[in-house]
Design a protein around this ligand. Structure first.
Ligand SMILES: C[S@@+](CC[C@H](N)C(=O)[O-])C[C@H]1O[C@@H](n2cnc3c(N)ncnc32)[C@H](O)[C@@H]1O
Length: 228
């Protein structure tokens, strides 16, 4: 029996990801100001062991392109997205990045990274693929590595109809996604920035239920279970 809820990923894969990219390409390319995720990652600046990085749902990889601003010692920057246009654009702009087409539920990389970033992607993921996506993201994070999870942070979980498409029922789902990783006991929260989703100045603008977001930096210890 086919699962109608899986439709959402297919809609993004077959064109809505590209449509999102077309609507936002100019502002992504021009993004030179404050970024709350780069700000969080700057806390890892002294860590010489963070060499390899992967961004899940990286769009045109504008953040990976800027990553050396805060982590200058990285040797490999990889990313993937469901928008082929975004991936093509990112590759042309910065050939040093390894950018691929793919979904969070089945990443196109068969390796583990010292740092994985997933920023404003999980709220788009089809609920039927959420746990598979979380497991696939966890599999990308090397033991001892870090995971940065940024997304909307409402008072309680909610969904909102995606207004760019009226022909299909698409939703964004907002909740504390970092909590899903810490609940496994495989991750420890090391920092949490809470901010207004629209704030690109680092201005500490007040945020309410609908526009509050967070970037949570998680550590995946080598041994999550001390014996006693
Ligand atoms: C709101 S944008 C965020 C882009 C970027 N991470 C950032 O922080 O600027 C969401 C991105 O996730 C991608 N996306 C949506 N569903 C995805 C999925 N299941 N797997 C991978 N990427 C996905 C979209 O194509 C889009 O580029």
């Amino acid at each position: 029996m086919s699962n109608p809820t899986v439709q959402q990923d297919e809609v993004f894969r077959s064109g809505e990801g590209d449509a999102w990219f077309r609507r936002n390409a100019a502002s992504l390319d021009a993004h030179a100001g404050h970024d709350w995720i780069l700000d969080s990652l700057s806390r890892l600046q002294g860590r010489a062991d963070i060499r390899t990085v992967c961004e899940v749902g990286c769009a045109s990889a504008w953040r990976l392109a800027r990553l050396p601003e805060v982590l200058p010692r990285t040797t490999r920057r990889a990313g993937f997205d469901l928008s082929e246009d975004a991936v093509r654009h990112g590759r042309a702009r910065d050939p040093a990045l390894d950018l691929r087409f793919g979904a969070a539920s089945a990443p196109p990389f068969d390796e583990q990274f010292d740092l994985v970033i997933v920023s404003f992607v999980l709220h788009w993921i089809d609920r039927a693929l959420l746990t598979r996506s979380l497991a696939a993201i966890d599999a990308l994070v090397a033991p001892g590595g870090y995971l940065a999870v940024a997304d909307f942070l409402p008072d309680s979980p909610c969904r909102r109809r995606y207004h760019h498409r009226n022909d299909v029922a698409l939703y964004t789902y907002k909740q504390d996604y970092a909590a899903a990783f810490t609940a496994t006991n495989l991750y420890r929260e090391v920092s949490r920035s809470v901010f207004h989703h629209g704030d690109t100045q680092g201005a500490l603008q007040a945020a309410g239920d609908g526009d509050r977001a967070s970037c949570v930096l998680l550590h995946k210890p080598l041994n999550a279970y001390p014996e006693r």
